[in-house]
Write a protein that binds this ligand. Structure first.
Ligand code: EPU
Length: 422
């Protein structure tokens, strides 16, 4: 198992390029199921979650090839085993997004019910409700979701909102299934995340007829078939936000390239509010921070609100602010595994239900800490860059799920991160 040793504090400088988005790539890879033939994707990041998805598609019958440069081809001519096995789904919850496309393509799908994870219990009731509205018969057996639509799916009006707002992968599942349903589907309270817009744009390129992209109401006119296409995945706004937070926490200036600022207004607004300069620059931006960080109150919300996937990283940043900040997690109220670890590094965080009071401290101090989930581990890396001494982070396989060789990208900027296999 790999660990990181991070020596701090450091100043960063130079430029870093953002990779393709994991959370856009995963459902787009699943969309290839809908279009028999060879789908060619560009800018697919090299991440362990993507490898799990490759394995999953392979089990279904697809032939997947990957190049070094982010290219991937998925030949879905043959799908002879529409089953998402527990052994794969348990490694990555996002595997659930094969359910809708498999059902639409094969008339039947069996996908292991994803379990909970470090960020909460993560139900899939909305996915099931949406697919049932399209005419699927769904039951649970031995931990598997068995979905059947032998006569095909039919369009419907579907309200997909839940207690925490819209659902990203639930929208992806229902949207993909609806592209091949007979007639018109309206998804109300659809997720507006840029990753869902990217999926919808890819589906339209394949021949789907989706309108309202980027809004909470998606209208889909069903078509009889989709064709395989070439498509480039958008840049990862969460990776971009993590690099921006790295500049801020180290009082540095960084150029972040290949970054879609338009998708990140809530994040840029918060950064500017705490005294960090963010200037558009070519295909990205320049982020500069000097000296003290002001306090901020952050509430995570569905897009275009502040993303839950940057909550942990901004908690690390605000732990060094000049006073008290308040963070409220409205998407995954238990997504706070990093709180105790950051406190081990001399942060002063107090959790009260879904709220954390962040009392700013003058400095963080290195400690051995444990990564518990993807974004929590990114927060620990940021804290390690700023803390005095050598921070050792164990279980960095969590960070490899969503950031491609992060140490090789931060070290040229001045970070001192050593990966060790122990
Ligand atoms: N929810 C339900 N019922 C459902 C589905 C979701 O109640 O059937 C609730 C969830 O429990 C949560 C809220 O709805 O409270 C939103 O969950 P959502 O379904 O949107 O999450 P997801 O689609 O499973 C994706 C990302 C997550 C990201 C969330 C929120 C992918 C592969 N995953 O998950 O990304 O945090 O949206 O934006 O796209 C990450 O990359 O680290 C990550 C966890």
């Amino acid at each position: 198992m790999d660990v990181f040793h991070i020596e701090g504090p450091v100043r960063l400088s130079g430029g870093v390029s953002v990779n393709g988005s994991k959370n856009a790539a995963l459902p787009i890879m699943a969309a290839a199921i809908l279009a028999p033939g060879k789908t060619v994707l560009k800018s697919v990041p090299h991440l362990s979650d993507i490898s799990v998805c490759v394995e999953l598609l392979g089990e279904l019958g697809c032939k997947v090839c990957r190049g070094d440069n982010g290219d991937m081809s998925i030949d879905s001519t043959v799908i002879d085993n529409p089953v998402g096995e527990y052994e794969i789904v348990r490694k990555m919850r996002a595997s659930i997004c094969i359910l809708g496309p498999l059902l639409a393509r094969c008339g039947r799908a069996e996908v292991s019910m994803p379990g909970g994870c470090a960020i909460g219990d993560r139900p899939v009731n909305l996915h099931i409700r949406g697919l049932e509205a399209l005419g699927a018969q769904i039951h649970l057996k031995n931990g598997y979701i068995i979905a059947e639509a032998p006569k095909g799916l039919r369009g419907a009006d579907i309200f997909l909102g839940g207690p925490f707002g819209s659902t990203v992968l639930g929208t992806a599942n229902v949207l993909m299934a609806a592209t091949l349903a007979k007639g018109r589907t309206v998804i109300e309270s659809a997720a507006c995340e840029p990753e869902i817009a990217d999926l919808a744009n890819c589906l339209n390129k394949m021949g789907a007829r989706i309108s309202g992209i980027g809004s909470p109401r998606l209208t889909i006119e069903g078509v009889s078939e989709l064709k395989a296409v070439e498509y480039e995945v958008i840049a990862d706004r969460i990776e971009a936000g993590t690099f921006m937070a790295a500049a801020a926490i180290t009082s540095s200036e960084l150029r972040v390239r290949n970054c879609r600022l338009d998708d990140m207004m809530a994040v840029v607004h918060k950064l500017r509010g705490i005294g960090v300069t963010v200037e558009p620059n070519g295909d990205g931006c320049t982020v500069a921070a000097s000296g003290s960080i002001k306090t901020a109150d952050i509430t995570t919300q569905p897009y275009p609100g502040f993303p839950t996937d940057l909550q942990a990283q901004f908690m690390a940043l605000l732990s060094l602010a000049d006073g008290n900040s308040v963070i409220i997690e409205k998407i995954f109220p238990d997504r706070y595994m990093h709180v105790a670890e950051l406190n081990r590094m001399a942060a002063n965080l107090r959790k009260e239900g879904p709220t954390v009071i962040v009392a700013g401290v003058k400095k963080l101090i290195a400690a051995p800490v444990m990564a518990s989930d993807l974004r929590a581990s990114a927060a620990l890396v940021l804290a390690g860059l700023a803390a005095e001494g050598t921070t050792t982070i164990s279980r960095v396989y969590h960070i490899d799920r969503g950031y491609e060789r992060i140490e090789e990208r931060l070290n040229p900027l001045g970070a001192k991160i050593v990966r060790e296999n122990v």
